[in-house]
Design a protein around this ligand. Structure first.
Ligand code: ADP
Ligand code: TRP
Length: 340
């Protein structure tokens, strides 16, 4: 990374959507943590207001927010370095949303992929095109732009599905800056998750909750071992040479074990002499090494939600101080009185 890039503030939001699997960890969480560690300033927040557009059970919203917080903390997020907070604890973001809404053309929202997908789904099912589409979903990108612009963000690491939202945030910042004066820094996206590998699941397809072929990050050792033993393999004998690149056990191992161990397993598969039972045992040991401690930490955090609350509250204080400065500039630019 260039010196310049490291100077830029990095920010990302995560919706609370259940405990992660090791594909999420390798493909999204680990790269985001690495980016945060490599930048001078980083923000990571729980997008609970974004989740609210779909969640109707208050207990679930609360629980899921704790879960995602415990997950990132257990996997190595350092709250002393990364500003870690709940979106809903930073009211400045919501005021900024309204200021941005004033310069956002309705047509931009009509073009948003997530809204269009909901409408298409309704049409296909023969329903009213806007059935179950609430204004929270429709204006989702404006809130997301406020999340980003409030913190003077330079870089937003996201998956491909979120790129349009970052482009919209740039557009909104541009409309505002051109209409009034330069208040917002224009953010860029970084496709960290896309360059990371895609992990296969137990059945060899992409690991995904929707295929139910996933290995959760946080689980007890016995259950983890059982899942690893379930990975589907062909029926080649141990002495036969095997192609490591088409073999699920190796594909997962390659992302969790150390370089030397990975090379050793690759060689043994290619030469012959590495049976699947042995390889699974090694994979299990590597997963234990990687996730046994985080699982313990995760359980500790989940047993102590007050600790999570305290950490997130301290993060919110820091985030609010930054957002307040941005909001002060934006209010002045449009002709509103300073914040009281
Ligand atoms: P799922 O398919 O289990 O519902 P999501 O679509 O919610 O997972 O993905 C959340 C994040 O994890 C995304 O950034 C995505 O790119 C990453 N991710 C999901 N599955 C994998 C996988 N099998 N390998 C690598 N990254 C993945
Ligand atoms: N929309 C993102 C998602 O669904 C979550 C999110 C909300 C976000 N606000 C953000 C991501 C700001 C990056 C920056 O995954």
């Amino acid at each position: 990374m260039s010196q310049d890039a490291a100077e830029k503030t990095i920010l990302t939001g995560v919706k609370p959507t259940g405990a992660p699997h090791i594909g999420n960890y390798i493909g999204a969480i680990r790269p985001a943590l690495a980016l945060a560690a490599a930048h001078k300033e980083s923000f990571l927040f729980i997008a609970d207001y974004h989740a609210l557009n779909a969640v109707r059970d208050p207990k679930a919203l609360k629980h899921d927010s704790y879960e995602v917080a415990a997950c990132w903390l257990a996997l190595g997020l350092d709250p002393a370095k990364t500003v870690f907070y709940r979106q809903s604890d930073v009211p400045e973001i919501f005021e900024l949303t309204q200021l941005l809404a004033a310069v956002t053309p309705k047509g931009l929202m009509d073009r948003a992929h997530s809204y269009k997908a909901a409408v298409d789904k309704n049409r296909e099912a023969g329903r009213d095109p806007d059935a179950d589409v609430n204004m929270g979903l429709y204006t989702y990108p404006i809130l997301m732009a406020a999340d980003i612009l409030a913190m003077d963000t330079g870089i937003v690491p996201v998956g491909r599905d979120q790129v349009q939202h970052i482009e919209f945030a740039r557009d909104m910042a541009g409309y505002f800056n051109n209409t009034f004066k330069d208040v917002f820094r224009l953010p860029e996206h970084a496709l960290g998750a896309e360059t990371a590998a895609t992990l296969p699941g137990l059945d060899g397809r992409k690991m995904s909750k929707s295929y139910n072929n996933h290995i959760p990050v946080f689980m007890e050792s016995k259950a983890r071992r059982k899942l690893v033993m379930k990975i589907v393999t062909d029926s080649k004998l141990p002495e036969e040479p095997k192609d490591p690149d088409t073999n699920t056990v190796f594909q997962i191992y390659a992302h969790v074990a150390g370089e030397t161990e990975v090379r050793a397993m690759r060689d043994a598969f290619e030469k012959g002499g590495m049976g699947y039972g042995d390889a699974k045992q090694r994979l299990y040991a590597a997963l234990e090494l990687a996730f046994e401690k985080p699982t313990q930490l995760y359980n500790d955090y989940m047993a102590d939600p007050q600790k999570i609350d305290a950490l997130l509250a301290a993060g919110a204080d820091k985030a609010r101080a930054v957002a307040r400065k941005t909001l002060t500039r934006a209010r002045a630019a449009v002709g509103l009185n300073p914040l009281r």
